[in-house]
Design a protein around this ligand. Structure first.
Ligand code: DC
Length: 218
């Protein structure tokens, strides 16, 4: 079994930024499980499947194979052998991932991949249900959060930097809806594991959060 650090929290809390930095500092492999759900979401979008139609999504899962690899230490996601990493981080894909991740067949599809990575390697794995469901015996569990307003503002600045038009109010609304879906679904909802350390990054710098997590790890 590898050394396992689980980091869960809502959309926009900074999990991936922080986890990548901790991974570098500690020599762990960073595993982004949201990217796997996004990989499947791309398959559903390509096939024109309605995310509300659970049976159609479950059926569509059958001919999707999501795998991951690493190039220069950066996680790559493959959908049926094609590298789709550059397509993952759009609002459309994120929303499709959030909507379809409530469906048991979708979660089932990715569970073994996530657990086997943690068995073989020292990992810091980010997602929604890592500490509660995927790696209940993780060596360190973190629940990283920040206020809705802070998360919306971070996302707004990120999109503006990329030159994309956006409205702060819309982003805030989107985050609230995503939180509600991720936290209230029946299977593996987002919640803090009892033994997870809660970190609210609203008033912390990236460096402060990284230092805090590194101090908890081996
Ligand atoms: O972290 P992210 O925004 O890339 O995740 C996209 C969606 O995938 C998220 O809204 C819910 C789902 N997800 C999940 O259900 N379980 C995980 N471990 C990771 C992501």
């Amino acid at each position: 079994m590898g050394y396992n650090v689980a980091i869960d929290g809502p959309a926009g809390a900074g999990k991936s930024t922080i986890a990548k930095l901790v991974a570098k500092e500690k020599g762990y492999i960073y595993v982004d499980t949201g990217a796997m759900y996004r990989g499947l979401a791309i398959h559903f979008i390509k096939k024109g499947v309605d995310p509300e139609n659970r049976e159609a999504v479950a059926e569509c899962c059958r001919d999707a194979q999501v795998t991951i690899g690493y190039e220069d230490g950066v996680q790559q996601v493959y959908l049926n052998g094609e590298n789709i990493t550059s397509l993952l981080r759009t609002e459309e894909v994120g929303n499709m991932a959030s909507k379809t991740s409530v469906i048991p067949e979708v979660r089932e599809k990715l569970l073994d991949l996530q657990r086997s990575l943690a068995r073989e390697k020292d990992v810091i794995m980010d997602g929604r249900d890592i500490g509660t469901n995927i790696l209940p015996d993780a060596d360190v569990k973190i629940y990283l959060t920040a206020s809705v307003e802070t998360r919306a503002m971070r996302r707004y600045n990120e999109l503006r930097e990329k030159g994309e038009a956006c409205e702060l109010k819309e982003i805030e609304q989107d985050i609230r809806e995503r939180d509600a879906r991720d936290m209230n679904r029946e299977i593996a909802p987002l919640k803090k594991a009892d033994d997870a350390v809660l970190i609210d990054s609203s008033d912390m710098t990236i460096e402060e959060v990284v230092d805090r997590i590194c101090s908890l790890c081996r």
